[in-house]
Design a protein around this ligand. Structure first.
Ligand code: T3D
Length: 266
């Protein structure tokens, strides 16, 4: 597919969506949101895709909303004042929900700074790997906003309330190494090792029992609101479903035969 602000491709089960406005640190315009929506629609309809890798072109991952993409009136009562709630409703909220509900795992390669909604976007992915020179910045506090795109949900859950509060209120860059040490992301690797590390994970996921991975994600996320008994019930129901799946039969058969499994993702 041909796009102006992103690139999108699928090869050997791996879908790659690259935010591609490097001169603006891949910040989001309305046009970019629209292209991301189109790419996700293509991805959802593609039976060959088994994993999504999200990354940014150039030196940054994503600087959140492009602050040039709208006129911000100095007078809040002016008709020209943008409705950021409408922007969140149309763009950022559906983006996070689509990623969270995707029928395949998602991997985010954070190659450089991830700021504002760009930081939240990374956290909306299942596995986040960052280059050592990358950083995470809750830039919202510097421009009079709150962490959106799920920021106020992801941050306290991943790093605890004290650190989440510090990150959001102080709006200081969190280096990737510290982000990994705090449990905000899965791993921080040397800059030149990022592509190979992400490729290794993507290749593994492209051959994995996809439905089981997606159910795992759903169960993990549901645990936030469930008591133990409800969670045990959920696990029972998912185990019942997966126990009837092709990939479970194949996984056990391959184990018994001491061969590599050929999962179909179903
Ligand atoms: O719809 C809605 O508005 C609601 C949703 C809001 C969600 C949000 O994401 S709000 C938060 C928006 N993002 C920010 O506030 C981050 C702004 N950017 C920065 O703070 C810094 O650029 C960074 C810390 C990310 C990186 O700093 P640095 O020094 O490495 O790079 P730089 O020189 O600041 O940026 C390079 C260029 O990208 C520069 O352009 P220039 O001067 O070379 O022509 C800069 O203006 C541009 N750029 C970076 N971020 C944005 C941007 N242009 C527009 N919008 C940006 N967000």
């Amino acid at each position: 597919m041909k796009f102006e602000t992103i690139t999108y491709s699928v090869d050997a089960g791996v879908a790659r969506l690259v935010l591609n406005r490097p001169e603006r640190l891949n910040s989001f315009t309305d046009a970019m949101h629209e292209e991301v929506r189109q790419a996700l629609t293509a991805l959802e309809a593609d039976p060959t895709a088994r994993v999504l890798v999200l990354s940014g072109a150039g030196r940054g991952f994503c600087a959140g909303q492009d602050l040039n993409d709208r006129s911000v009136a100095s007078d809040a009562s002016s008709d020209a004042a943008p409705d950021l709630g409408a922007s969140v409703e149309k763009n950022y909220k559906p983006l996070v929900l689509r990623l969270q509900n995707l029928r395949m795992p998602t991997v985010c390669a954070v190659n450089g700074v991830a700021a504002g909604a760009g930081a939240s976007l990374a956290l909306a992915c299942d596995i986040v790997v960052a280059a050592k020179s990358a950083s995470f910045l809750q830039a919202f506090g510097k421009i009079g906003l709150i962490p959106d795109t799920g920021g106020t949900w992801f941050l306290p859950q991943r790093v605890g309330m004290a650190r989440a509060m510090g990150l959001a209120l102080l709006a200081e860059k969190l280096p990737a190494e510290q982000a990994a040490a705090w449990g905000l992301i899965w791993a921080c690797v040397e800059d030149d090792a990022l592509p190979a590390t992400v490729d290794r994970i993507a290749t593994q996921f492209a051959a994995a029992p996809t439905k089981a991975l997606v159910r795992t994600r759903q169960a993990m996320r549901a645990s936030v609101n469930n008591d133990l008994e409800t969670q045990l019930d959920l696990e029972r129901d998912m185990m019942r479903e997966l126990g009837r799946s092709h990939d479970y039969r194949e996984g056990v058969a391959a184990f018994m035969a001491k061969r590599a499994p050929q999962f179909k993702g179903e």
